[in-house]
Design a protein around this ligand. Structure first.
Ligand SMILES: [Zn+2]
Length: 259
């Protein structure tokens, strides 16, 4: 088994995608690898206002449902949102779907008369923003400890640092691997077994309900990766795959030359 510890998550995912194609004729593709801190915070605030699927995170000002951001706080004109400069341009829309307008009176911000944000219009704007970006489950904050208007205290998204990568095609891949590999109990186990060969794992694939993210990949912690490498080399699985070794060499060279 090759040493993959120096490879980024994205590089490991590229290897895994090549492996899925060459070994199983299976197409797996990247949905999103990196996102900016601002983009992550936009996803997070929308998610925390509309849903909040997090088990342990709660916004500082909670709505009557006990989970999501309170509308009165979200639409408070005196609040400066963390990382999101003009929330009225993207989310805080008036009843007829126009960006709300702020004005300063005596040094205090308020909404201009007739230009107040509307809860339903804002809900629609945030819903379609998440849908366009295919964000269907939890979205972590753009900064550690979060910020206004949520202030849930959560950790920054691993997508910002490149520590996570979302891919599609895991379910079909699982069926292929299961069919062609002995000793695996289920398609889910088969995916995890295959990913571990590339030192990847899915920390949220076994969570219940909406918290489940079968597509979110991260680097397998080194101690598990070492264990798996020993196991894999005994079976001699990848050791005889010249194409993958070639890919690995090319990636190493690219890595070294910084391209
Ligand atoms: Zn938050």
């Amino acid at each position: 088994m090759a040493d993959l510890s120096h490879l980024s998550v994205k590089e490991r995912v590229d290897q895994m995608i090549a492996g899925a194609r060459e070994r199983f004729g299976c197409i797996v593709s990247i949905n999103q690898s990196k996102r900016s801190a601002e983009q992550a915070q936009q996803f997070h605030v929308c998610h925390m206002f509309l849903h909040n699927f997090f088990k342990k995170l709660k916004p500082k000002f909670v709505a009557g449902d006990g989970r999501t951001i309170q509308w009165e706080h979200l639409s408070d004109p005196g609040i400066a949102w963390a990382l999101i400069k003009n929330p009225e341009q993207s989310f805080l829309f008036t009843k007829i779907g126009r960006p709300a307008k702020r004005e300063l009176v005596g040094g205090r911000a308020r909404w201009a008369l007739g230009w107040e944000p509307d809860k339903d219009a804002t809900t629609r704007a945030m819903t379609s923003f998440l849908a366009r970006a295919h964000v269907t489950s939890m979205a972590a904050p753009g900064i550690d400890h979060c910020g206004e208007p949520c202030c849930c205290g959560g950790h920054a998204s691993k997508h910002i640092s490149g520590g996570a990568c979302d891919v599609s095609g895991m379910a079909i891949l699982g069926q292929h691997v299961l069919r062609e590999t002995r000793g695996l109990g289920s398609a889910e186990d088969a995916v995890d077994h295959f990913l571990a060969e590339y030192h990847l794992f899915r920390p949220m694939a076994r969570l219940p309900g909406k918290a489940r993210e079968a597509w979110h990949l991260e680097a397998l912690p080194a101690r598990h990766a070492r264990g798996h490498a020993r196991h894999a080399s005994h079976r001699g699985k990848r050791a005889h795959d010249p194409q993958l070794h070639l890919n690995l060499r090319v990636e190493r060279m690219e890595h070294r030359h910084g391209c």
